[in-house]
Ligand binder design. Structure first.
Ligand code: SAM
Length: 310
């Protein structure tokens, strides 16, 4: 393992692959996608089970920038510059599920240098130079029931709405692997619950077309609270924020980019639109938002696994 000037270590062995194809990519409509989901589709799951959004997100530099911006937006603007809302007290073992670029895991690793931090994701989007207390593992979050019980002191999952085949089971699996007294926190952008509103005809159509084909259920903040309650979590707290999108602000560009990447494969592959039609549709949505403004809702829900009585 080599240490750089900032005390970061590069260790290829800390990132393990479920498949050699995890780093292979292919180009489609000018964007780069992971080959891994092709194999995943064939080997691990029957087609009907695969959520549309999982295999349709790119893995290129542009997407990494979008995810980094998303992190900054939430962390700096919407989450009061905090990495979490739960009342953590020096957690020893921290797990970030669906870690993406790994930015949250790296920052929490910097904040708690004595903690052991692990980020898991099906995609290899994480950097190689990471703090020595952070590691990334390529794994499927559907496998949490194979993880050690009562182990983690804090489990974090952000932006998984629509990726979970069974959100209730996910909460129960996390409950099992958390140590008594540990916290589970989920942070979600409520981008899916766009009201059918006359001021946004194209955005409403985008939302309706995309969500009616999703295989996985979408959760509201209330669904999330209920799934934590059912799993056995206590002291559940919910916090909500609003991000205002308007002409000229960078949050609007981020939102448009998000619609673009979530919709690109669906509209062009599944609905057989050509790319020009899709680009025009996105431009019309941008105009609607610039004319009428728009608010995005963001929420965090956390709960604690009881220390006793288990
Ligand atoms: C929208 S991104 C959010 C990334 C990160 N949590 C963040 O907030 O920046 C969702 C992530 O979940 C991962 N993911 C989706 N389904 C997964 C699964 N079944 N197992 C592991 N990771 C999964 C995707 O690969 C993607 O990196």
């Amino acid at each position: 393992m080599a240490e750089d000037d900032h005390g970061y270590y590069s260790d290829d062995s800390s990132t393990t692959s479920m498949s050699d194809s995890v780093d292979l990519t292919y180009m489609c409509i000018g964007r780069e996608y992971s080959d891994y989901f092709k194999e995943y589709l064939l080997v691990y799951l029957p087609c009907w089970y695969l959520p549309l959004t999982v295999h349709s997100l790119p893995v290129d530099e542009e997407e990494l920038r979008r995810l980094e911006y998303q992190h900054d937006l939430r962390f700096l603007i919407s989450q009061d510059e905090k990495l979490y809302q739960a009342p953590l007290c020096d957690p020893g073992r921290i797990l970030d599920i669906g870690t993406g670029t790994g930015v949250w895991a790296i920052e929490i690793g910097d904040k708690y240098p004595s903690a052991e931090v692990e980020g898991i994701d099906m995609l290899h989007l994480q950097p190689q130079m990471v703090p020595s207390n952070v590691r990334f593992v390529i794994d499927n979050l559907e496998n949490l029931d194979t993880y050690k019980n009562n182990h983690w002191h804090h489990v974090h999952a952000r932006d998984l709405n629509g990726f979970l085949s069974d959100a209730g089971r996910f909460s129960r699996d996390v409950f099992d692997i958390l140590a008594p007294g540990g916290y589970f926190e989920r942070v979600e952008l409520d981008r899916w619950t766009i009201p059918q509103n006359k001021r946004y005809p194209c955005l409403s159509a985008f939302h309706r077309l995309l969500t009616q084909t999703l295989k996985n259920p979408l959760e509201s903040s209330e669904d999330l609270v209920q799934s934590l309650e059912k799993a056995g979590f206590k002291s559940i707290q919910k916090k909500e924020w609003t991000i205002v999108l308007s002409k000229g602000n960078s949050s609007l560009e981020y939102f448009i980019q998000s619609l673009y990447v979530y919709g690109l494969r669906f509209f062009t592959d599944d609905l057989q639109w050509n790319i020009l039609e899709f680009n025009i549709f996105i431009a019309l949505i941008r105009n609607e938002i610039m004319a009428a403004g728009f608010k995005l809702n963001l929420y965090s829900v956390y709960g604690q696994k009881p220390s006793t009585g288990l």
